[in-house]
Design a protein around this ligand. Sequence first.
Ligand code: PLP
Ligand code: ZN
Length: 411
Amino acid sequence: MSLDFGPAVALSCRECGARYPLGPSFACQECFGPLEAAYDFGEVTRAQIESGPANIWRYRSLLPVPADVIDKPNMNPGWTKLVKAGNLGRQLGIKSLYVKDDSGNPTHSFKDRVVAMAVEAARNFGFHTLSCSSTGNLAGAVTAAAARAGLEACVFIPANLEQAKIAMARVFGGRLIGIDGTYDEVNRFCSELIGDPMGDKWGFVNVNLRPYYAEGSKTLAYEIAEQLGWRLPEQIIIPIASGSQLTKIDKGFKELVRLGLVEDTPYKIFGAQAAGCSPVSAAYKAGHDVVQPVKPDTIAKSLAIGNPADGPYVLDIARRTGGGVEDVTDDEIVAAMRLLASTEGIFAETAGGVTVGVLKKLTESGRLDPEAETVVLNTGDGLKTLDVLSDEDTRPTAVIRPSLDAFRATV
Ligand SMILES: *Cc1c(COP(=O)(O)O)cnc(C)c1O
Ligand SMILES: [Zn+2]
């Protein structure tokens, strides 16, 4: 088998730096640390990127994918809008605010970015089935991508997920298995399945393909910088589930600086969690380096990971960049969803309520610089979490006969 991962040349251990050949492995044999893709980048120019397609593949020379990835059937996610949020900014007193709106991806969440990497890895390794443990959005992204790529899909979720996320995963075909347990239990189950003959030739996008999968989040960093005019933002607010997305956005910014694609200007990274699942925020506030697992209880189900694998790295990044980690309650999440919708016309899922809620909290407590250019992420679509709105919200404000008199009487 000859592997083609483009500029990625090896896997390296994040803890001890040991290097391994590219393969479907995810843990260091020396120290059990997580493996990540290591690159040998050639020359990469802005002009070369700008002449690429309006999706994540414009950055393919920075990703673990073959150059001919653009000719293969896949979901082509990315290049989502960076919305100048003047109304929300004015309301909160932030001079220059943007929303990076990843609900615009093919299956309406940021997960299409990471799954696109995993599909290429599955092709490289000759896997016939794409699988995952999911908090909801990943399941739909995997079944859709598998359908397009001609792979089988079998995905695992906690059984109590939002109806829309279940439907979103089922409509593309494949098998969707609900597990009676939390996400962390689903994830542990998948780790067992990998070692079993039943899971042979299966690519678990966020387990044995994780080193490739995770790199997809770097494209958020590349897009934000390019859309700002090849500049890094000064402050960015990112949701935390496993913490992978946050750590890879930091990696993406650093690569852009190293390759001379942007100036080396300081940026602060802030992580956002729901209070009902806030192990990283709790560790940050307590000044700890390790994250104590929790049992999640929040409406922000897409972020409900009680034992986040990248938690300690998130703490490092928040502290190194001068950012922080904060959490908001379920009520604050719904209020923030309404605030974003009513000021900017963006209907975010609960995860977007978490980031906008944290944005508001950090601003009001003086921890964000209102003069600094700020980006807040919305990573999913509000139509997937309709159940958190009140019954009243899913009905018209009034139902009347089609007559002017009837309308006059209601206004
Ligand atoms: C998965 C997910 C995230 C981030 O997940 P990480 O595990 O931290 O990378 C953020 N928002 C939504 C909506 C998600 O589904
Ligand atoms: Zn190691």
